[in-house]
Write a protein that binds this ligand. Structure first.
Ligand code: ZN
Ligand code: ZN
Length: 197
C-alpha cells in the first residue's frame, strides 16, 4: 500500500471515529434537553471501527439516551497497515498483540511485529549493529574502522558494549579476535528484519 493510500485509510478511520464521537455527543444533548428528543439519532446504520487488536466482531455500543449503535470492528495488519478482510491466516504479535496478516508475517517464532522488533533492536545504535555484524563476519578490529568508516574509539566502545550484553566473546583459540555468541546471532537475525544488513 502506498503512502497516499495509507493517508486515505487513516483519514477514513479518523472520520469514522469522529462520526461516532459526534453521534455520542448528540445523543447526550438529547438526553439533557428533553424538548428536542425528536432529534434523529441514526442507529440502524452500521459503523465501522478498525482495531489492530480485534479479530473482527460486532459490538453494540449503548448510548446514554438508550439507543444502541451497531459497530463492526475489523482487524488492522500492524506490519502492512491495512484492514484485514481474510481472517483465516492471521497471527498476533507475541509482545503487543497486534494483528499481522499472513502476507506480512515475519519468519519468527513466537511472532513479533515490526514495531516491537524495532523497539527490541533499538538497544543498539546502527554503528553498534554494524560492528556486531562485522564481528560475525570475522572482520578483525584493525580493519573495522576502515570498512565501517567509524573511529577507533567508537569501535572499541561498541565492542565493549556488545561484550557486556553477551552478544560477543573473545574467540578460541585466537583470543585476539571476537566472535558472536548465540544471543548475538539471534540479535543479528532480528535486526535483519528492520535493517538491510
Ligand atoms: Zn498485512
Ligand atoms: Zn508488536
Amino acid at each position: 500500500m502506498e503512502d497516499k493510500d495509507l493517508d486515505k485509510l487513516y483519514d477514513l478511520i479518523y472520520k469514522l471515529n469522529e462520526e461516532v464521537a459526534e453521534l455520542k455527543r448528540r445523543s447526550e444533548e438529547v438526553k439533557q434537553d428533553p424538548d428536542e428528543s425528536q432529534m434523529d439519532v441514526v442507529t440502524d446504520q452500521e459503523h465501522v471501527l478498525v482495531d489492530p487488536h480485534s479479530l473482527g466482531e460486532y459490538k453494540n455500543v449503548s448510548l446514554p439516551n438508550g439507543s444502541v449503535l451497531k459497530m463492526r470492528t475489523y482487524p488492522m495488519c500492524v506490519n502492512g497497515r491495512h484492514v484485514i478482510n481474510d481472517l483465516s491466516d492471521i497471527v498476533f504479535c507475541s509482545r503487543c498483540g497486534g494483528a499481522i496478516c499472513s502476507k506480512h508475517a515475519l519468519d519468527i517464532d513466537p511472532p513479533l511485529c515490526k514495531n516491537c522488533i524495532r523497539e527490541e533492536v533499538g538497544i543498539l545504535s546502527e554503528a553498534e549493529i554494524a560492528v556486531l555484524v562485522a564481528v560475525s563476519k570475522g572482520v578483525p578490529f584493525w580493519r573495522m574502522t576502515k570498512t565501517l568508516k567509524v573511529s577507533r574509539g567508537l569501535v572499541s566502545k561498541s565492542l565493549e558494549k556488545l561484550r557486556s550484553l553477551g552478544f560477543i566473546r573473545l574467540g578460541f583459540p585466537n583470543f585476539l579476535r571476537y566472535e558472536t555468541t548465540m544471543d548475538g546471532d539471534n540479535f543479528i537475525r532480528l535486526a535483519s528484519f528492520i535493517y538491510d544488513i
